[in-house]
Design a protein around this ligand. Structure first.
Ligand SMILES: [Zn+2]
Ligand SMILES: [Zn+2]
Length: 146
């Protein structure tokens, strides 16, 4: 069954090319306005050509869908997993950056994993509660942060 898809694709492609070619030849015969027996024969090739085009199209579509189904079954799971993990890492990525090398730092790490510097968090001078760099007042005791 693995070889059936490509074979159908090739067959459908050949039939489609023949059909399109015949149709174009017939079309050009009409455009040229020639009434000779040779061009009228080419024109009537457009009819079986269209039929071949339809059949080739259906076969190509069937083979293509089969290939897509196999490809999807094989490739979807890892792709989805990669995408999900990428989204997860983007969502969980913290804005804390190393003050020394600006590498992103995990919220609970004590040392920068990139340059090894110790991560010192800002503390309130009065109650030693953890404060953010842009805080104006300590969230714990209300002391003005200078
Ligand atoms: Zn660092
Ligand atoms: Zn405080």
């Amino acid at each position: 069954m693995r070889i059936l898809g490509p074979v159908l694709l090739a067959l459908g492609g050949v039939l489609t090319i023949i059909g399109v070619g015949s149709f174009l030849l017939g079309f050009f015969a009409i455009v040229s306005g020639s009434s000779s027996s040779g061009t009228s024969t080419l024109f009537f090739l457009a009819l079986p050509g269209m039929a071949l085009l339809g059949i080739g199209g259906m076969i190509t579509q069937a083979g293509y869908l089969k290939e897509v189904a196999q490809y999807t079954a094989l490739e979807t799971s890892p792709a989805v997993t990669t995408t999900v993990s990428a989204i997860k890492s983007a969502l969980t990525e913290d804005d804390i950056l190393c003050s020394s090398c600006s590498a992103p730092i995990e919220p609970d790490s004590k040392f920068c994993s990139s340059c090894g510097i110790e991560i010192t968090k800002l503390q309130c001078a009065k109650c030693h509660a953890e404060i953010e760099p842009d805080d104006k007042y300590c969230g714990s005791c209300g002391t003005t942060i200078t």
